[in-house]
Design a protein around this ligand. Structure first.
Ligand SMILES: [Zn+2]
Length: 360
C-alpha cells in the first residue's frame, strides 16, 4: 500500500473520534487530517478502530462453508465424530485448498489478520490438508498471517505412521506441533508427549495441544505438560487448547494449576463454550496466564455453526472476549486493560468495528 489513505471519523480503541492517516502501509498520524492532504479518504462513521483481530484457534482445512448441506447424525462422542469426519471428507469431496480459502476470505472480511489453524495429519488423508492450507497461506500472504499447526486429529500413537507424517508436515512448512488428548486418545500420555516434544525440539517449533480431557484426568495431563515444558525450557512456546479440566469444580486444585501455568509460561486457548465447563476467564487472567480465543471449527462435520467473526463473539460469550485482546505480534495474546475497557464500551453501545492490519 504505497498511496496515502485517510480513515476519517474513527475511534481508536473506542476513544474520541479522530482521523488516521496511513502512508506506505503504516499509520503516519492519528489526528484530524487537514482537508488539503491529497489522499483517498474513507468515512469511518464513528466506528471503533482496532488492530487486526487474532483467530487463535480454528480448522481451515475442513470447513464446509459454501458446500451443499451435509446431514450429520453421528453420536456426540469424540471418537465417533473424528471417525465420521475422516470418512466424510472423501464422500463429500472436501478440497482443503478451496475450503480454507473460503474461510480465510470470510475471516479477513470480518477484520481478522492473524489465524492459527490446526490442520489434520492422518494416515488416511496424509498431508492433503497441510498442502491445501499452505496454498491458501501463500495466496493470501499479503492480507493475513496464517500459522499452521500439524494436528494428529485421529491420534498419534494409535495410528502407525502418523508421527512420521507429522515430521514431514513440519519439514514442509507447518509452524507448530499439535497434540490431542494424550490419555484418552492415545492411552499413553508419556508416549504422546515424548513424540510432541521431540518433534518440537527437532524442528525448533512451538506446541499447541488440544486437551478435552475433563476433571482430574485433564488436570493430570496438564501437570505432565507443565513438567515437560519446564524440562525442555519451552516457556512461552506451549499452548493448551480448550483445557476443559480448568473448569471443573475444585477451587484450590485449579488455583494451583493456574499458578503453575503462569509460572511456566503456558498459554490457554478457550472458545468459551456455553454448554461445557471451561477455564474461568477472569481467574485465569488474574493468575497471570496468557489467554487467547478462537472460533474452532466453522460449519464442519462437527457442527453447522460459526461465521468466522471474532468480533461478534464477545457479545455472546464472556470467555470469547479474549478474541479482541489482539496484539501487535502474532500468537496468543494477553488480555490488556484497554481491550477490557473497550469490550465493556462495545457491549454497552453496540458499536460498529473497524480494524487495521497489525503491521501498522
Ligand atoms: Zn480445535
Amino acid at each position: 500500500m504505497d498511496q496515502t489513505v485517510i480513515l476519517k471519523n474513527v475511534r481508536p480503541w473506542g476513544e474520541s473520534a479522530t482521523d488516521v492517516v496511513i502512508g506506505e502501509g503504516r499509520i503516519a498520524a492519528v489526528a484530524p487530517a487537514a482537508a488539503t492532504i491529497e489522499a483517498q479518504s474513507i468515512d469511518g462513521r464513528g466506528a471503533i478502530l482496532l488492530p487486526g483481530l487474532v483467530e487463535a484457534h480454528t480448522h481451515l482445512d475442513k470447513t464446509l462453508y459454501g458446500m451443499p448441506w451435509n446431514r450429520n447424525s453421528v453420536p456426540s462422542n469424540l471418537v465417533a465424530k473424528i471417525t465420521n469426519e475422516r470418512n466424510s471428507k472423501k464422500r463429500i469431496g472436501l478440497d482443503p485448498a478451496r475450503q480454507s480459502a473460503r474461510q480465510v476470505a470470510l475471516s479477513v472480511g470480518h477484520g481478522t489478520t492473524h489465524i492459527r489453524s490446526h490442520v489434520d495429519v492422518d494416515t488416511e488423508h496424509g498431508l492433503a490438508g497441510v498442502h491445501g492450507v499452505m496454498a491458501t497461506r501463500e495466496k493470501y500472504a499479503d492480507v493475513v498471517d496464517i500459522e499452521i499447526v500439524a494436528f494428529p486429529q485421529s491420534g498419534m500413537l494409535i495410528r502407525e505412521g502418523t508421527k512420521e507424517l507429522m515430521d514431514e508436515a513440519l519439514s514442509l512448512g507447518a509452524d507448530v506441533v499439535g497434540g490431542l488428548d494424550p490419555c484418552s486418545m492415545d492411552l499413553d500420555p508419556k508416549g504422546h508427549l515424548d513424540v510432541v516434544f521431540a518433534l518440537a525440539e527437532k524442528h525448533g517449533k512451538p506446541i499447541d495441544i488440544h486437551l478435552h480431557e475433563p476433571g482430574e484426568l485433564g488436570a493430570f495431563t496438564t501437570r505432565l505438560i507443565i513438567e515437560r515444558t519446564r524440562a525442555h525450557a519451552m516457556g512461552g512456546k506451549v499452548t493448551i487448547s480448550h483445557a476443559f479440566c480448568l473448569g471443573h469444580n475444585d477451587y484450590l486444585a485449579i488455583g494451583r494449576l493456574l499458578e503453575q501455568l503462569a509460572e511456566t509460561g503456558i498459554a490457554i486457548m478457550t472458545t468459551g463454550p456455553a454448554d461445557y465447563a471451561c477455564p474461568p476467564l477472569i481467574r485465569t487472567l488474574d493468575a497471570g496466564v496468557t489467554v487467547c480465543s478462537g472460533s474452532d471449527g466453522i460449519r464442519d462435520c462437527w457442527g453447522p455453526y460459526g461465521n468466522a467473526t471474532c468480533s461478534s463473539a464477545p457479545c455472546s460469550s464472556a470467555c470469547a472476549t479474549t478474541s479482541i485482546a489482539t496484539t501487535t505480534s502474532f500468537g496468543p495474546s494477553r488480555w490488556s486493560p484497554p481491550a477490557a475497557r473497550l469490550c465493556s464500551a462495545w457491549k454497552a453501545t453496540g458499536s460498529r468495528l473497524a480494524t487495521w492490519p497489525t503491521s501498522c
